[in-house]
Design a protein around this ligand. Sequence first.
Ligand SMILES: Cc1cc2nc3c(=O)[nH]c(=O)nc-3n(C[C@H](O)[C@H](O)[C@H](O)COP(=O)(O)OP(=O)(O)OC[C@H]3O[C@@H](n4cnc5c(N)ncnc54)[C@H](O)[C@@H]3O)c2cc1C
Ligand code: HEM
Length: 874
Amino acid sequence: MPKVWDIVATVAAVAIGGANYALAQTTGAYTDSRTGIVYQAYKNPNYGGYTFGIAIPSSPTNEFIGLLEGPLGTPANRWAGVSLGGPMNGPTLIVAWPNGNDVVTSFRTASNWIEPTPLTPTGATLTKMNVAVNSTHWSLTFRCINCNTWASGSLDLTGAAAVFGYAQSPYSVVTPSSPDSSLQPHDNSFANYGLPLTSARSANYATWIAQYPGGTTSTTTSRTTTTTTTTRTTTTSVAPLPTYTKTFDYIVIGAGAGGMVMADRLSEAGKSVLLIERGPPSTYQHGGRIQPPWVGSANLTRFDIPGLCNEIWHNSSGIACTDISGGVMAGCILGGGTAINSGLFWKPQPYDYDNTDWPVGWKYNDMTPYVNKVFSRIPSTTTPSQDGQRYGQDLYNLLYSVLQPKGWNPIDANAQPDQKNRTFVHTPYMYSGGQRGGPLATYLVSAKARSNFQLWVNTAVVKLNRNGGQITGVVTEATAAGGMRYLINVSTSGRVILSSGVFNTAKILFRSGIGPTDALNVVKASTDGPTMIDSSQWINLPVGSNLHDQDNTDLVFSHPTITSYDFYAAYSSPIPADRDKYLNQRAGQLAEAAPNCNTVFFESFTSSDGRVRQVQWTARKEPSLGAAGDDMVTLSLYLTAGATSRGHLTIQPSLNTVVDVLPYLNTQADIDAKVKAIQSWINVANNYPNLTFVYPVKGQNASDYLTNYVGGHGSNHWMGTCRMGTDDGRAGGKAVVDTNTQVWGTLNLFVVDASIFPSTITANPSAYILSVAERAAAKILALALNSNPGGSSSTTTSRTTTTSSRTTTTSSRTTTTSSRTTTTSIRTTTTSTRTTTASGATQTLYGQCAGVGWTGPTVCASGSCQYQNAYYCK
Ligand SMILES: Cc1cc2nc3c(=O)[nH]c(=O)nc-3n(C[C@H](O)[C@H](O)[C@H](O)COP(=O)(O)OP(=O)(O)OC[C@H]3O[C@@H](n4cnc5c(N)ncnc54)[C@H](O)[C@@H]3O)c2cc1C
Ligand code: HEM
């Protein structure tokens, strides 16, 4: 690994090549004599002078103190900026300029070398600690929280060193008073440089923050006299949290697949409902305005147009969640995954619920009425184009002639959902009227029409306040303009539904003192520490365990009958005829999901442990794994229902979540099933005329291919971090929520999203999540207020906590050349067991064993009875 100063030398050399001033720049320790803050700083004396400095706590978290300084004089109001990742394109850019006695700040982002657009990173706050203006320069001291992650990367504040980018303009900004002002370029005044972060750490950090908490004073030395005046600067993060004036029957957190159904059904039942969404609007109907350049006056955003769904892989800035480490894609925008996904959407089959870990009450027959409710509102279609034609059918036709002669059958995915062995389908989508449709166009629309419903966007829930098992408040922060920063009180008749997705539901629970002790200790040691609920009130549940995602293996082949379509180019320069067909009729290629994923096929195998496992191939017209060509097809081969591999999710000191144990192929039987599936494809396609195997190569066997597979394993079908079950996780079970979706150990907290799925299902889960949410809404509405979950004893009292070490080992698969790394971790989990009352007494059959005010035995007599509900043994 290069030393810190090697990095500086390297990037300085790069800068010399790009701009002549590079020799004059310096980096090193710098103490600002006005504030006493000690930085690692970069200085450039050219172009009127420039300084950027950074100071971080001795135990780095998710924040830093920054210093930006620039010149005054002619022309006025010139900007100076820093790229927190080095280059201009991708990382968060912080730009500042003088405006009278103040300094205006602006977050920007760029994906090309043109003027960057304003964009506040999700969850980021920049607080001015001190502003100083003298006769020659302006200076801004600021505190930046959560500024260090962006869609394509992050500034690792825990690292030894980091690369930053310098830029400064010789021209005035256009509207000096506006943070969104248009900026003129920086000409040659730009460079990359490195700073040693280890030297930027200081034990005095908290003192500096306390000394300049923001919203206090800024010193301004007048340019014409030497008088010192003080003015006020604005702040967003240190002002006391205002309390919202209203309370609600239900607060639903997260407007994704689960949250939109919940908000609609609860408000339909007459309950007052607040739906809080961290991201901005997505589809045009709900106020989104992120539009490709060619839509003109049409009421469309990129999210509305099926053929642009792949754009998420090109540009996810301001759309994807930025607080999940490791490159996981998840939508942090109104609609969640259903705003950015490919819209594949079909009915569940019995095996999804009946032969898996779903508890009693959540089997196929229980689910069917709720599945029907979903499909009566969102009937899926295999002909999304409004002219009734199917496009890109060279793919379906080819696969038909490969599969059908080998005994595979074409079926209707929704009419024959239980036919998952050697069958293939025209892909059904949730699209409607040639646009995205789905829950955004149905559930959210009917909810918004009700006067007892409110939607807040650009607002993130930070954590829940609680007293034991009773949630008493929801703490929010604004993520962008229009967002809300409040404490919302939750009364004893109020309930909170977490629908923030697999990663963020877990994160909110951790920050609210609910989860395994190791994760809660991380939160305690973070910036949350001082305000975190006391450890005596922590509820130890296995949040983050049971993580699953359908293991994917890409298989690639080519065939001369295949012609691919450039959906990525369609974003900025579509084929004119296709553009017009879409704009005028909502028809044609752009009315179908990119990149022609119009054929899906299925197979089932009994694997080495005797359990049936299913696989799903989703075909698409594009190369992958580095292959190239217009005649390429990639098959995404997902291991679906029946898979037993599980991973683990936890939280980092930065308060990002992270998958610390990957959930892919961790059991031998899963590996065996995957090998069988790959071999099945090899066998079926082996002698098909003119079909060229690309990956695997011709003659390679399945086991060899899987062993040496270097592609990604993820499918974006994450589930399971808050597993549903009757086995109370506080007592050593695996469940985080009970069969009413209520969090064990709480009285008014529920989880309704992909987190609660105990087992995986057929691939493409959004229809399943909507159906589960329909059932959850019915169950929650039928549940008496303040019930104990699952018939357990009261919430957080009378528990003994034992700690045990658990070692998670990696897959037994031996991989020689694969670049995939499976994390091996030794984690300590805390399990808790419920004890009897002081006497250790147990209750008899049909006796009371819990309930409000109950002080008697809380455990049923061993061997004779078990829990029936919150009040009785049976
Ligand atoms: C690129 C991609 C393609 C996919 N393709 C398909 C497909 O074709 N078919 C299919 O069925 N499935 C697909 N999926 C999966 C599917 O979209 C997800 O499984 C599903 O959306 C998950 O639903 P959810 O309710 O659990 O969470 P999400 O839909 O992720 O919703 C969670 C919501 O909570 C919000 N949120 C997060 N944190 C907070 C907070 N602190 N405060 C307030 N709000 C918060 C988020 O912004 C988000 O809106 C795809 C997923 C991805 C990422
Ligand atoms: C205002 C409009 C802007 C324009 C038109 C613009 C244009 C460009 C161009 C063309 C380059 C590449 C130069 C080359 O490689 O020779 C570049 C590089 C760079 N720009 Fe900008 N820029 C703008 C604003 C900004 C802002 C606000 C920042 C904020 C920090 C910034 C930071 C950088 C950095 C760090 C580089 C170094 C090269 C790299 O790594 O990308 N730019 N810019």
